[in-house]
Design a protein around this ligand. Sequence first.
Ligand code: 2BA
Length: 107
Amino acid sequence: MKLVLAIVSRDDTNKVSKELTKENYSVTKLATTGGFLMAGNTTFLIGTDDDRVEHLISVIGENCKTRTKVVSSSASYGVGSFASMPVEVTVGGATVFVLDIEQFVKL
Ligand code: 2BA
């Protein structure tokens, strides 16, 4: 068994969530905030069998779009930054972590 943590842009959350449920994955969604852009994103927690992880990752990937966004560098480095040069960053897509699960119990 694996626990997949997938961080997805807020704009793609509904699409990813719908598709995962349609494909019979059990999903928990957490409202999270990216440390760099300080923008809202969603972290999905998905517990699944080892042999479904590849399929799960492909479903997530197919439903996330990558975009570029120009942000002020002061947004990135916080208060106290003197320069506020625009910086182009790639947002969207998904950041995925796959963890081994020692035990899975439902009580
Ligand atoms: P944020 O931290 O808000 O980062 C948004 C995007 O800004 C990143 O996209 C990346 O393109 C850029 N970025 C982040 N840190 C940067 C830096 N120090 N210098 C220049 N550009 C930077 P992604 O890499 O696709 O990450 C999307 C979101 O996924 C992140 O939002 C964060 O919430 C999460 N994330 C990404 N990598 C992570 C990691 N290793 N551990 C934990 N969370 C991570």
